[in-house]
Design a protein around this ligand. Structure first.
Ligand code: PGA
Length: 235
């Protein structure tokens, strides 16, 4: 059962997210799954203003574009350094290697690391099509870390970060749904009107591979934070 907290102030939403992470850390969490995207930027900005110390913690990112080197401004490695790691270093931070020569070797390497360091906490955004990480609709709920071909809608949604859609990579590495579901505790942020429809599917406890995020309805410890209020005709 997915729990939800709705906020009328973005500042309160992100403060609550920070408090949830601090609480997880205080309860012994040391391995954190992290996410990228516009939704996470204010969260990382807020974390950087606190005295939270991740220097004994390990992080894993959900995904990385194929073909972008870590120094490319749109790579998720670059994003993480810029928004979090430069200010709040972890003992070790892992991301899939977008330049890996052999996808099968790379996905096995990453999944092996995840199994070696089980996730205590996983932060998630959600795509308008219901993706979590880059697990696009139709991905098996049993999936482990794998190579994906991005949906056109995902490339379009992310084109705002590139100078043109042609520059948005067509493939990515992502943790699988099963890799994500193994995390002991999951915090999902769904921010903005564009996420309303998919949030409703998630909260309706649908369970369908057509909407990857609905896998979470079978996870014992998921909290969703959103700025979206219930629609009046549903109250
Ligand atoms: P966004 O991306 O935070 O940029 O909306 C979320 C996602 O696609 O998972």
């Amino acid at each position: 059962m997915v729990k939800v907290k709705r906020f009328s102030s973005m500042d309160d939403l992100y403060s609550h997210a920070v408090a949830t992470i601090v609480e997880a850390k205080n309860n012994g969490a040391t391995t954190f799954g992290l996410a990228t995207g516009g939704t996470m930027e204010p969260l990382y900005a807020k974390i950087c203003k606190t005295d939270i110390d991740f220097s004994h913690c390990i992080s894993f990112n959900l995904d990385e574009y194929v073909g972008l080197e870590a120094t490319h401004q749109q790579s998720y490695a670059y994003y993480m350094n810029k928004h979090l790691f430069n200010q709040k270093p972890f003992l070790a931070s892992y991301l899939p290697d977008g330049l890996a020569v052999d996808p099968l070797v790379e996905t096995a390497r990453y999944e092996g690391l995840l199994q070696q360091y089980p996730l205590d906490f996983q932060l998630l955004g959600i795509g308008q099509n219901g993706h979590i990480g880059f697990n696009e609709p139709g991905t098996s709920f049993a999936s482990l870390t794998h190579l994906v071909t991005l949906e056109e809608s995902t490339r379009q949604a992310n084109a705002r970060f590139f100078s043109s859609i042609d520059e948005v990579p067509t493939q990515a590495y992502t943790m699988g749904i099963q890799s994500i579901m193994r995390a002991k505790c999951i915090l999902l942020l769904a921010v903005g009107e564009a996420k309303r429809e998919v949030l409703e599917r998630l909260l309706a406890s649908d369970y369908t591979e057509d909407v990857p995020a609905t896998a979470l309805s079978k996870h014992p410890n998921v909290m969703v934070l959103t700025d979206l209020q219930e629609e009046e005709n549903k109250l």
